[in-house]
Design a protein around this ligand. Structure first.
Ligand SMILES: [Fe+2]
Length: 480
């Protein structure tokens, strides 16, 4: 029994790890291998970003977060789709490509050559690998520690780093998790490591600044995602310390210097979007999570969802070895709903989904509003930790969830909700995701009916694989 479990896990992890194999080629072609019919109403472009390669000329980088950003574009036009993928030509990409070796440290990456090669080097590469979004007639490849890179939406060619008309100072980060609410683009950046400042930027639909407000942070904050409502921006500050001396001296990566302290509370930072931009901090139990679902205000309280795990999934190995990942001991992310009472400074939370999940998404028209449905990538097992394989539709109204599951050898990435044009109901639209099929080492784009995940609208087969990625967005404009 134990042996069978270990063998099944070993082949699953091998399949999953192969999905991270670098894709060094850049393609442009019509997707002609199609199962099903692409709806004619589905007009626009899906952009998605992720680490395209986890090595440089055979030298392995240390963490998927440090892989060079490779943006995919899938343009839907009158029932046909055009695919392209292209690396973001960041300064780091160009220099490492020319040198043929790793030149930068990263979140979990050291330069080859031991501590002497790394000592006092705090210059990370902007990998431009985490998200890609179109706003104010610009397409941005985003990374949370630096400026966005602007791309040409039709060709994915790199224009260069964008300071947003000098809105961003040279060392001002602009995170990869903006939120769009009521046609406002809200994003944030955390500057500094030992002393940190959180700045929030709000832009209008042309990309012009509406507001900018800042607060100093207390303690170390690793803020990856944010939540927004009509009146508040909300962040989770998980209980980390960074004992950075081994990093400075070149012995460890910054990620290896993170210390998660389960005895300290998680702080929920609530910042008013209007007036004096007041900041309040509420406390709750310790947990870690990268991503949040949605937030809304109701009856004087704030509600939100967040994916919570009991600890931080820290890599300890000196060299990236994804095929050795032990999911039996990998912290599982579960979805919780929180209720915040600012007047009473009280937090309560309840678990609403025990299946391991990640990459939550809602109908973008419902951001900041009370919603019924949430879509996520999810584990095959309803209880155990594992790689992300399925797409889960959570129905908070009826409690009757749905799962589309390409396991055992398929691995679905983030589901992106595409609203049906002129649709009214919250789940009237499609879910689109890139799925890695380990059986043939190729990927496909799946289109699901968001109302009924059993209704697979179409599968569009790529001629190759695309490595497991991070985030993307749908734009109702065709860029071919
Ligand atoms: Fe993220």
């Amino acid at each position: 029994m134990v042996q069978a479990h270990l063998e099944k896990n070993a082949s699953l992890v091998k399949d999953w790890a192969r999905g991270y194999e670098s894709q060094v080629n850049e393609y442009s072609y019509w997707l002609d291998e199609v199962e099903g019919m692409i709806p004619l109403e589905l007009q626009g472009t899906l952009f998605r970003n992720g680490a395209g390669r986890l090595e440089i000329n055979g030298q392995k980088i240390g963490h998927p977060f440090d892989g060079d950003g490779m943006v995919c574009s899938i343009a839907f036009n009158q029932g046909r789709t055009y695919f392209k993928n292209r690396y973001v030509r960041t300064e780091g990409y160009r220099k490492e490509q020319a040198a043929g070796k790793i030149l930068y440290r990263g979140f979990g990456t050291q330069k080859p050559g031991g501590w002497l090669a790394n000592i006092f080097d705090t210059n990370f590469k902007n990998a431009a690998n985490t998200n890609v979004i179109y706003w104010g007639d610009k397409l941005w490849a985003m990374w949370e520690g630096g400026h966005p890179y602007q791309l040409v939406p039709e060709t994915l060619e790199t224009i260069g780093e964008d300071s947003l008309n000098s809105l961003l100072e040279p060392n001002q980060p602009f995170s990869a998790h903006p939120k769009i609410i009521n046609n406002h683009f809200v994003n944030f950046g955390v500057k500094g490591i030992t002393s940190q400042t959180l700045t929030i930027f709000e832009l209008d639909n042309l990309g012009n600044k509406l507001k900018q407000y800042s607060h100093p942070l207390t303690g170390f904050a690793f803020l990856h995602d944010m939540l927004v409502t009509d009146n508040y921006c909300i962040f989770m500050q998980h209980p980390f310390q960074v004992k950075g001396l081994p990093f400075l001296l070149g012995f460890k990566t910054i990620e290896q210097c993170f210390e998660f302290n389960p005895k300290q509370p998680t702080k929920i930072i609530v910042i008013a979007r209007h007036g004096d931009h007041n900041l309040e901090i509420l406390e709750t139990e310790a947990f870690f999570g990268f991503h949040h679902g949605n937030a809304w205000e109701k009856d004087g309280k704030i509600y939100l969802e967040s994916i919570c795990s009991q600890s931080f999934p820290q890599t300890q190995q000196a060299e990236l070895a994804l095929e050795k990942t032990d999911f039996d001991h990998f912290p599982k992310g579960e979805l919780w709903e929180f209720e915040l009472d600012l007047a009473q400074k009280a937090v309560s939370r309840r678990k609403i989904e025990t299946r391991g999940c990640e990459f939550p998404a809602v109908n973008p028209m419902w951001i900041g509003k009370e919603h019924r449905y949430l879509y996520m990538s999810a584990c095959d097992s309803p209880t155990a930790s594992g790689p992300l394989q399925a797409i889960l539709k959570l129905d908070k109204g009826s409690g009757e969830n749905q799962l589309w599951n390409p396991a055992p050898r398929g691995f679905a990435g983030e589901p992106i909700f595409v609203p049906r044009p002129h649709g009214i109901e919250e789940d009237d639209g499609w879910l689109i995701s890139l799925v890695y099929d380990a059986a043939i080492h190729r990927s496909y784009v799946v289109i699901l009916d968001a109302k009924d995940l059993d209704n697979v609208i179409a599968k569009l087969h790529l001629e190759h694989h695309i490595p497991h990625g991070f985030h993307g967005n749908w734009i109702p404009k065709v860029f071919v």
